[in-house]
Design a protein around this ligand. Structure first.
Ligand SMILES: [Zn+2]
Length: 417
């Protein structure tokens, strides 16, 4: 048995080791510094407006009315179909008289929805006799969960670190923007692709863990850290696409992504198909005779197009044209278009809207030895890497989350500690 003196020495050695460990790791963050860690929950809509779903829970769980916050029931192991009834939500034949129901498992990774495993809590929301499913998940786990959909886990570690910092920042921005709504993000390409537990990969998890809590800020505030696959020469100015005008999103030249597989693209659509898609997108348009480019911005992306028809010509922004025809058909707004024999032939450069981080540029930068800090500084000039400060001790969703957001929204970062 150890003597009291040995115990004291042992304890002191442990404290000193912890301080050395922390000092070493914090010294790696050479930027705008701050500290404090606590859980931040992001709310991801994994299903919207469905009439039923398959739910499996492994182990013990609680069902909580998320309007009154009352525990409605407790149970163990469940495998059932979830539907709605006039006064609430049905788990098999068990009625829960509420339109918002939390499923809180006791163990992580024990909820399976339609065959997919999710970490964190699940909220079922009934609206117009339909169900939406929201996954309330720790932000760090969420960033791990979007890996497969947003990047490739075999990429160099510094490009992965740059990307996960961007994903984390973008998610936090959405949390602020949607704080009054039922969810922060959807799990489709319009926010960030979230595939749950099955999507996690070792090297992505490593990049997330080694950058835990790091975000990019501008003047101490989280900003919409946009990203895209390949810019093909120059990233775009966000103010030309959205109502966002700030130095980190003004656009930079990029010679790093020239060898990206998405540097060039080519697509052919018949003029009839172009018309059908525009009509489906809500435009009233006659038979198309020609498509004419009206102008380009400094990054060579098209600003507006003229659709020449049998009757009236129509002007459309390139952004709307791309979104309506399909962002994976018209991969970018940097293209040439020629009409040949009733076909529209598109020859283009890059993939994505072009704002913020160029992912393939980041890949090649990391291959050349640039660090994740240098990559982020390059694509977001004037932005800083910050360690997120949340002053509240956050135990569980939903109320403490909103407090933490207030802190973030106020840009409450402790400078130069
Ligand atoms: Zn690029």
């Amino acid at each position: 048995m150890a003597s009291p003196l040995k115990k004291v020495i042992g304890y002191r050695l442990l404290v000193i080791s912890v301080i050395i460990f922390l000092t070493y790791h914090l010294s790696l963050i050479t930027y705008h510094q701050a500290y404090a860690q606590s859980s931040k929950y992001v709310r991801v809509a994994i299903l919207q407006d469905v009439s039923s779903l398959r739910l499996k829970i492994k182990g013990s769980f609680e069902l909580v009315d998320s309007i009154s916050n009352k525990v409605l029931s407790r149970g163990k192991n469940l495998n059932t179909t979830v539907t709605v009834y006039s006064d609430g939500i049905l788990l098999g034949n068990t009625k829960s008289k509420t339109n918002k129901l939390f499923i809180k498992p006791y163990y992580p990774e024990s909820v399976i929805i339609n065959g997919r495993t999710f970490r964190g809590d699940i909220q079922l929301i009934k609206n117009n006799m339909k169900l939406s499913v929201i996954n309330h998940i720790d932000l760090e786990d969420y960033v791990k969960g979007i890996s497969v959909g947003e990047t490739s886990h075999y990429w160099p570690i510094d490009s992965l670190k740059a990307e996960v910092i961007v994903f984390r920042t973008f998610a936090l921005y959405k949390m602020q923007e949607n704080s009054q709504k039922d969810f922060d993000l959807t799990s489709d390409v319009y926010s960030q692709v979230y595939s749950g537990r099955a999507a996690e990969r070792y090297r992505i998890n490593k990049a997330v863990d080694e950058t835990r809590g790091l975000v990019i800020t501008y003047q101490g505030k989280i900003f919409p850290a946009f990203y895209h696959a390949t810019c093909a020469g120059h990233t775009d100015d966000a103010s030309l696409l959205w109502n966002i005008d700030m130095p980190p999103l003004k656009g930079v030249s990029c010679n790093f992504c020239q060898d990206s597989p998405h540097f060039k693209w080519h697509n052919v659509l018949s003029l009839g198909e172009v018309k059908d898609r525009l009509v489906k997108g809500g435009l009233r348009i006659e038979n198309i005779k020609d498509i004419i480019i009206l102008g380009r911005d400094k990054s060579e992306r098209i600003t507006d197009l003229k659709i020449v028809t049998d009757k009236k010509d129509m002007k459309i922004s390139a952004k709307d044209f791309r979104n309506i025809l399909g962002p994976n058909i018209i991969k970018s707004t940097n293209f040439q278009v020629k009409v040949i024999d009733r076909d529209a032939v598109f020859e283009g450069f890059g993939w994505g809207h072009g704002v913020g981080l160029c992912q393939w540029g980041a890949y090649f930068m990391a291959k050349q030895g640039y660090t994740y800090q240098q990559i982020l500084e390059y694509y977001y000039p004037g932005a800083q890497i910050s360690l997120l400060v949340v002053q509240e001790s956050i135990k569980h969703f939903p109320i403490p989350l909103r407090k933490s957001l207030k802190v973030i929204a106020e840009g409450d970062f402790l400078a130069n500690r």
